[in-house]
Design a protein around this ligand. Structure first.
Ligand SMILES: Cc1cc2nc3c(=O)[nH]c(=O)nc-3n(C[C@H](O)[C@H](O)[C@H](O)COP(=O)(O)OP(=O)(O)OC[C@H]3O[C@@H](n4cnc5c(N)ncnc54)[C@H](O)[C@@H]3O)c2cc1C
Length: 347
């Protein structure tokens, strides 16, 4: 596999900048956060680059949508919407939050399993260049949060990725407010225009210091996500152990506030691979398969549901039992103030 950091880093071509998430607490001087360090690495991967990296040496058949699954002691067969099918020993359902494989394994519809997270969300996207881009990088190379519960909302402002010119970048933000009615069909966000959503955000962020308002102010109306977004998550207490296994969001969909969903999808896949590749494991032996999957499920469900609950309740950072603030798996500490230097613009 190519080096994962080089291949997926969202700061490329600005590889002199380390991945960094900053937290700002009004009233407290300086900034806190976490940063990629040799002793505590943080990889901030751009999604398309990560998918490309993951597909190294794999022959993928695209546009195969699972519609039905049949399973017995001999094996498992997947039927696709295009009329084709595939048979094998084990099926790994990594089909995300709306998993069809999950519906098969649990025997329950997703509408019953997924729970609404009572938060109204508005999402914006904007491309910035030059000094504006530099100011956002200075606030947090990868992302930052202005932590002020008094504001009545919270925000996550992030760099999607740097553009190839090295002097511009695509940014996005998520603006969120507690709202128990968010999934109701008559909720205002179901029909709000992009302009109405941006107006709503601009009124709310007016209370923030200028440097934290800038990203919202620079976002054009057409940069506001049109579709309403309702966060949903999933806590599974148990899963039957058989020839169909779940990994990632199919098993434990969570809100993205702690940036952990993808991380847990990796841990699931690595753990499952280790268990299934143990010397002596016979995939044709249904009892052995049940025992292996049951072992995998036990650890995965405990770790996964813990992450789902924490992601719902703790936004951006969490406190450990001894009171330390953690984000992206690291202890939050003061971040150094370093001037952002961009390469000269190419003629
Ligand atoms: C805004 C946002 C920010 C996030 N930030 C982070 C972060 O910083 N760090 C982090 O670790 N995680 C983050 N996450 C979470 C992360 O994206 C997910 O946890 C991760 O993508 C889950 O991977 P997955 O393979 O389980 O599912 P997915 O990535 O959802 O992939 C599922 C795949 O299955 C396919 N599929 C669906 N149905 C079918 C079907 N019937 N048949 C065949 N294929 C099907 C889909 O097309 C898709 O390709 C974020 C999520 C969001 C929404």
């Amino acid at each position: 596999m190519p080096d994962i950091k080089k291949a997926t880093n969202h700061l490329e071509p600005l590889s002199h900048l380390d991945a960094q998430m900053a937290l700002y607490f009004p009233g407290r001087p300086g900034r806190m956060g976490v940063q990629d360090m040799p002793e505590a690495p943080v990889i901030r991967a751009e999604r398309h680059r990560l998918r490309h990296w993951l597909s190294t040496n794999l022959k993928i058949q695209w546009n195969k949508r699972v519609s039905r699954i049949e399973e017995d002691d001999q094996g498992v067969t997947v039927f696709f919407e295009d009329g084709t099918s595939a048979s094998g020993d084990i099926l790994v359902g990594a089909d995300g939050i709306k998993s069809v494989v999950r519906e098969h394994v649990t025997g329950k519809p997703n509408s019953e399993l997924l729970k609404v997270v009572p938060l109204a969300a508005i999402v914006g996207e904007v491309t910035l260049s030059g000094e504006q881009f530099k100011r956002q990088l200075a606030l947090g190379h990868s992302a930052y949060v202005y932590v002020s519960p008094d504001l009545g909302f919270w925000n996550f402002c992030a760099l999607h990725h740097v553009l190839p010119d090295g002097v511009s970048g695509k940014h996005y933000w998520m603006f969120m407010q507690p709202d128990v009615r968010v999934a109701e069909p008559d909720h205002w966000l179901q029909t709000a225009t992009q302009e109405e959503k941006l107006d709503h955000v601009m009124k709310a962020v007016a209370k923030m210091p200028a440097q934290f308002r800038e990203l919202f102010e620079l976002t054009p109306v057409e940069g506001i996500r049109k579709q309403p977004h309702v966060w949903r998550d999933l806590e599974l207490e148990s899963l039957p152990a058989g020839r169909v296994v779940l990994v990632g969001d199919a098993a434990h969909a969570m809100t993205p506030f702690r940036g952990e969903g993808g991380y847990h999808a990796f841990i699931d896949s690595l753990n499952l691979s280790k268990i299934l590749s143990r010397p002596g494991f016979d995939v044709k032996d249904s009892e052995a398969v049940r025992a292996a999957v049951s072992e995998y499920n036990a650890e995965m469900l405990e770790r996964g549901t813990d992450a789902v609950r924490n992601s719902r309740n703790e936004q951006g950072a969490r406190k450990t039992k001894d009171g330390k603030l953690m984000s992206a798996g690291q202890v939050v500490r003061p971040l150094p103030e370093v001037a952002i230097v961009l390469p000269p613009v190419q003629a």
